[in-house]
Write a protein that binds this ligand. Structure first.
Ligand SMILES: *[C@@H]1O[C@H](CO)[C@@H](O)[C@H](O)[C@H]1NC(C)=O
Ligand SMILES: *[C@@H]1O[C@H](CO)[C@@H](O)[C@H](O)[C@H]1NC(C)=O
Ligand SMILES: *[C@@H]1O[C@H](CO)[C@@H](O)[C@H](O)[C@H]1NC(C)=O
Length: 484
């Protein structure tokens, strides 16, 4: 923390952490997306690939029991977050010096890095420096993170620890970083992402990581406000009257008693062009699409894409193809979500654009995205700011009744972990099963539905214990949890 740098040597990062996203993460996803002009986004609309299933799904009937079951919150599973039980979390007598870390990657990777940095500072009894811009009197208004980042980099180059191995132990840190601290009073660890081990850490360090990630690290008020606006827009939707004029907005009141009313699902749909190209799967756009994706793959990754050695069928049956909006729609329909389900699409750019989303929308007409925000002023605040959008999506995802992610990745892992910690319902698609089901063109809707329901019974928030090497932020049990 910058202010800690000036006066309060003993202050560490364990207090209220604020994450100032717009400044911390200026351009999350941009480089690749702009590297190659979009040949395809406006290409002829891809037809539904599973039209037979789709026809049945559009006419689906769901029972009241099915609905009750779906919206039922996760049961208490014998453990709850461990909090305020550690007297070891007091501040050290004296700070051993200042610690800096350098974090790359997107929002969620940096989030993990911040938590690990706090843990490292604790291991070393050091004071952690993090650009803390929002309420800081020194940097108020004038600076961007980049300016500060460069300034720091120049200032501490001689004290940089470059050799941290992936998943370094606490002892490694004590042996290699402490001496630098002792000599210079300040040490920087870069690169730092994924450098701190998840295994064999003292319990109080694990608890501290949990506390930082799941409790202390909160978004700035501005982001929470936008998130709250979205959440309330989803829970208490406004109904445009028939003339379609936004001057006449009325609260929807007719469906109050129905199952799932006032509730919503967040669907994290990361189906962008990078993802589509990198997966090397066939998305039904014919030869033109295949060629264009292959070319894109060549430009961006120079042929270093493992998946391109496999056929589409092999990839699908192994569950290595991201689910398309159509496929995730069929999954949700098969699980029993009816066409009154309010779905929030947490997603920035969908490869293929509205043409691909329209199939999903036909299954879930009440699907919403950030357009749900009431005022144009609010919409203007987030327009084109992908980092801020990612933070808002994270926030909304943490306030939904159900979360489901159509593709694995950092956002998926972060939200799944956080929701597990809060015992909130999450559905994890069984990609391999779905891949195999979608390959079978003779499957009837009923067969599809039975297989989907059966194959997802244990994937709706059942507790999964962290295994060796796995991230504590994705699998908070057992490290962050105590028996209830
Ligand atoms: C929802 O589905 C039912 C029958 O399955 C249909 O009658 C109704 O029109 C659908 N509603 C919407 C908004 O599409
Ligand atoms: C950190 O401080 C604690 C308590 O003040 C002490 O027990 C521990 O040995 C210190 N560790 C280091 C590496 O300075
Ligand atoms: C497709 O599904 C049908 C009905 O379940 C089954 O009889 C058939 O063996 C499956 N085909 C393949 C190739 O798996």
């Amino acid at each position: 923390m910058r202010e800690g740098c000036h006066n309060h040597r003993r202050r560490t990062m364990t207090g209220a952490l604020l994450l100032l996203l717009p400044l911390l993460f200026p351009s999350l996803f941009t480089p690749f997306s702009h590297a190659f002009p979009s040949l395809l986004s406006e290409l002829n609309a891809p037809n539904p690939r599973h039209s037979r299933l789709l026809r049945s799904a559009l006419e689906r009937q769901t029972s009241a029991e099915q609905q009750t079951e779906l919206w039922r919150p996760s049961p208490i599973q014998g453990s709850k977050p461990c909090l305020r039980q550690d007297s070891t979390l007091s501040l050290p007598e004296k700070s051993q010096g200042y610690i800096q870390v350098f974090l790359d990657g997107g929002l969620n990777q940096q989030r993990m890095g911040i938590c690990d940095a706090v843990a490292l500072a604790k291991i070393l009894n050091a004071t952690l420096i993090i650009p803390h811009l929002e309420v800081n009197p020194v940097w108020k208004d004038s600076s961007t993170f980049d300016e500060i980042f460069d300034y720091y980099a120049a200032a501490i180059r001689a004290n940089r620890v470059k050799t941290a191995p992936v998943h370094a132990s606490a002892n490694w840190c004590l042996d290699n970083v402490s001496p630098v601290l002792q000599s210079y009073g300040i040490a920087a660890v870069a690169p730092f992402s994924h450098r701190l081990a998840f295994d064999n850490m003292p319990k109080y360090i694990q608890r501290l990581r949990c506390k930082v990630n799941f409790q202390a690290l909160v978004f700035v008020p501005h982001i929470r406000d936008l998130g709250d606006s979205l959440v309330s827009c989803l829970r208490y939707p406004l109904n445009t009257n028939e003339a379609g004029s936004s001057n006449y907005l009325t609260r929807v009141t007719d469906s109050k008693d129905k199952q799932g009313s006032g509730k919503f699902v967040v669907l994290h749909l990361r189906f962008d062009k990078d993802m589509a190209a990198h997966s090397a799967c066939d998305f039904g756009g014919g030869k033109a699409e295949k060629l264009a994706l292959a070319k894109y793959r060549q430009v961006i990754w120079q042929g270093r894409v493992l998946n391109s050695q496999f056929t589409d069928e092999e990839l699908r049956s192994q569950g290595r193809c991201p689910l398309t909006p159509e496929e995730i729609g069929l999954l949700l329909a098969a699980l029993g979500f009816d066409n009154n389900t309010r779905l929030y699409l947490a997603s920035h750019k969908v490869y293929g654009g509205e043409a691909r989303i329209s199939t999903l929308r036909s299954l879930f007409p009440l699907m919403e995205d950030k357009k749900c925000l009431a005022s144009s002023d609010e919409r203007a605040q987030i327009k084109g700011k992908s980092s801020l959008l990612a933070a808002v999506d994270y926030y909304v995802s943490m306030h939904s009744d159900i979360f489901i992610s159509a593709s694995p990745g950092n956002m998926h892992n972060a939200v799944v972990g956080h929701r597990t910690y809060e015992n909130m319902k999450t559905i994890r698609p069984n990609m391999a099963l779905l891949g195999q089901l979608f390959l079978n063109k003779s499957l009837t809707w009923v067969e599809f539905q039975e297989a989907v329901v059966e194959g997802h019974k244990s994937r709706q928030g059942l507790l999964r214990l962290r295994r060796s090497q796995q991230s504590i932020y994705t699998y908070p049990t057992p490290d962050c949890m105590c028996s209830a």
